[in-house]
Design a protein. Structure first.
Length: 476
């Protein structure tokens, strides 16, 4: 019976013989007891069964409906004294132990990132074609590459006996600038808040904590300072202009001078953002994203995806980009090159103005107000560096949400990698490709004698060495 009736006289009996039998409702089906039948499912297709022991992938597995491993223990015994004070002490000790163990990993402290040791090195597995490592050795450079969406600063070094790939985890790294006079590498981080990391070579360090420092032939780059900037600055490219660090403040449509005290002072913006009352530096209208550095800001050039302030802004799928990109003159603040599509990595090389025409996967020289393509290395071109007569170009996949920004590319055929090209002919000398890679932002070449790379080497887990390095590194 679903619900038994309670007699009116129940509880009013004078003699034990008059007590009524205890009336109970029918016991419910036990949900946490082993069923008496195996519940064999019929009509199963051949092959491997799902976790739910059936072919329906949406049927949840009946885990913990059977008490194979009961979750009850001594604390659940009826009548047992509570142990609230004891559990409170345990919770406090547990919290203290967690706090005491936090931030013990040098990687986490150096990068201000608790999960810095959790990088999956499969992201760095690579394939090479042609004479990539040989070209690096012949040009005597180490390449620094930012992989922004994988949060990696990567170094590629030919090595004396074998190639060396090393890295540092950084939050969404973008532009790189090398202050060759002071011996500092600056790296922009575009997450909120923005940061600018300063890295210098470590010339000596102990092999482990407590040991004396020894000379480091590799001179790995270690972070020695970071500056925080508002996320709305939206830093992209970095460049040394007149011996001073500058950056693209994409969120302000301006070029800013990055001061040592952490401030970012706007020093240049295109004429098209000016209105009565001043320049519109409140938000991103143009995607002003790279600097071809000259001796002064007026001698420099700056690329952007548009030269008109419109109602639709960059980042919106409706933002029109095809052939609307430009390069501005620092002197006139007007476009001097047109017809580009999402240009990046503008660079001056022996009075020639180079640029990556990303939306069509091209790299070339600007002449007569137009781009003359030199090569199409095979992807969304971004990142550009020179070493002698060799041009190093980065390529990336096209992000699915930005496919409309790459009208000249087949997204399925793009690769993530770095390519060594003959700067005169555009011929590919060699390539390094990351099959699981995504985005390259910047490529910079530094002398290999100055540094062989970064502290964390692909395929080598050197906990004691890293601990000793960050505990006692010596810089010049």
């Amino acid at each position: 019976m679903p619900c038994a009736l309670r007699p009116f006289v129940l509880g009013c009996e004078r003699h034990p013989e008059g007590l009524s039998a205890l009336v109970r409702s029918p016991a419910p089906t036990p949900s946490r007891r082993r069923p008496h039948r195996r519940r064999v499912r019929s009509h199963l297709s051949r092959g491997r069964l799902s976790d739910a022991r059936g072919t329906g992938v949406l049927v949840p597995a009946p885990r913990w409906e059977v008490d194979d491993e009961p979750r009850l223990g001594v604390s659940h015994v009826l009548g047992r004294m509570g142990d609230a004070p004891r559990r409170g002490m345990m919770a406090r000790e547990h919290l203290h132990a967690r706090a005491d163990g936090a931030w013990r990993d040098p990687r986490a402290v150096a990068m201000l990132w608790p999960d810095a040791s959790g990088i999956d090195e499969r992201l760095l597995r690579h394939r090479t074609r042609g004479r990539f490592w040989e070209t690096l050795a012949e040009t005597a450079v180490t390449l620094l590459v930012t992989r922004e969406y994988e949060h990696l600063l990567v170094a590629l070094h030919a090595g004396a006996t074998e190639p060396i790939v090393s890295y540092l985890p950084l939050p969404h790294p973008s532009g790189i600038a090398v202050d060759r006079l002071r011996g500092v590498v600056h790296v922009a981080s575009t997450r909120n808040p923005n940061q600018v990391y300063d890295l210098v070579p470590a010339v000596a360090a102990p092999r482990d904590v407590g040991e004396p420092p020894v000379r480091l032939a590799a001179r790995p780059l270690v972070p020695v300072r970071t500056r925080m900037l508002p996320g709305g600055t939206y830093l992209h490219d970095l460049a040394m202009v007149g011996g001073v660090l500058h950056g693209n403040a994409v969120g302000k449509n301006a070029v800013v001078r990055l001061e040592d005290d952490g401030t970012a002072t706007p020093v240049w913006w295109p004429r098209c953002v000016e209105r009565r009352g001043g320049a519109r530096l409140d938000r991103n209208y143009l995607q002003l994203n790279s600097i071809a550095a000259g001796a002064t800001v007026r001698d420099s050039f700056f690329s952007a995806s548009a030269d008109v302030v419109g109602r639709v802004r960059p980042g919106d799928p409706a933002f029109r980009v095809d052939r609307r990109g430009v390069i501005f003159s620092g002197r006139t603040r007007e476009p001097v090159v047109r017809g580009l599509t999402r240009p990046h990595s503008a660079r001056l090389r022996r009075e020639a103005l180079w640029v990556d025409n990303s939306g069509y996967g091209e790299v070339g020289i600007c002449h007569g107000g137009r781009l003359e393509p030199v090569a199409r290395p095979g992807g969304w071109t971004r990142g550009l560096a020179f070493a002698g007569g060799v041009l190093f170009v980065g390529t990336s996949h096209v992000l699915p949400r930005f496919r409309q920004y790459a009208p000249g590319l087949d997204p399925d055929r793009c690769t993530c990698g770095v390519h060594a090209l003959d700067a005169k002919t555009g011929r590919t000398l060699g390539s390094l490709v990351w099959p699981t890679g995504n985005q390259v932002f910047a490529v910079e070449a530094v002398p290999s004698a100055w540094t062989a790379g970064l502290p964390i080497v692909l395929g080598r887990r050197r906990s004691e060495w890293e601990r000793g390095l960050f505990y006692g590194f010596v810089t010049e």
